[in-house]
Design a protein around this ligand. Structure first.
Ligand SMILES: [Zn+2]
Length: 229
């Protein structure tokens, strides 16, 4: 019994072991610090997303308005268009014979869909199509001048820069309100619109958590892209 102890004490006293004995705590401490440092690093990598999250704002008549969820993060970038990029929807398919335009690439599948519905006795009437960011701004300015608050308006109107209408691929059908969801037109669209490349962008349980807009349909962007190519 004595021997191992002696060997052990001799080992402890050996220059190599005493060096390890000194090094181990240092290594352990260093690892701990590095480990903690890694946690800090991981946190600091995560932090910019929360801390530096830029607040999205728009300015109307010199007044800045903060864009809250669900719109925040869904700003739409769009290339400038020229008039020749658009096709007018025939008056027979628009409300009150309004001049409503959509992109040429949307125009053709939209007309096919409108005709198909018509042939099946479903009268689809378009109440809105392409809307420029300037037009969207004018809607807001008018509503604000009428005494509405910005927060109230964005409950059902996309802020300028956030509307799918500025892409020229979306249309609103008449009536553009909650009644549309219980119409035969809506039922027909839910069954057939996808055959023509259209979808209900803000459906009842949409991923973006936007308010349900049963009347708002758009050409699926992939369809639009493949039509352009
Ligand atoms: Zn719409």
């Amino acid at each position: 019994m004595y021997y191992p102890v002696q060997r052990s004490s001799r080992m402890l006293n050996s220059p190599l072991l005493s060096r390890i004995n000194i090094l181990l705590p240092i290594l352990f401490f260093a690892q701990m610090v590095c480990g903690i440092h890694d946690i800090w690093a991981a946190e600091s990598l995560d932090k910019p997303a929360h801390v530096t999250k830029s607040v999205e704002k728009i300015t109307l008549d010199g007044i800045e308005y903060e864009i809250p969820p669900p719109w925040a993060g869904h700003q739409i970038q769009v290339q400038p268009f020229s008039f020749s990029d658009f096709g007018r929807i025939p008056f027979s398919y628009t409300v009150n014979d309004s001049k409503i335009y959509v992109l040429v690439s949307t125009h053709s599948p939209l007309l096919k869909m409108l005709r198909a519905a018509n042939e099946q006795g479903i009268r689809l009437q378009v109440s809105s199509g392409y809307r420029s960011i300037a037009y969207q701004r004018s809607i807001f300015k008018r509503m604000i001048s009428e005494g509405r608050t910005f927060d109230d308006i964005i409950r059902y109107v996309a802020p300028p820069g956030y509307s799918e209408h500025m892409l020229g691929i979306a249309v609103d059908f008449y009536p553009s309100n909650w009644r549309f969801a219980s119409s035969e037109q809506y039922l027909w669209l839910t069954e057939h619109a996808s055959d023509f490349g259209f979808r209900e962008t803000y459906h009842k349980s949409n991923e973006m958590k936007m308010p349900w807009e049963a009347w708002h349909w758009s050409l699926i962007r992939e369809t639009e892209k493949s039509l352009r190519e």
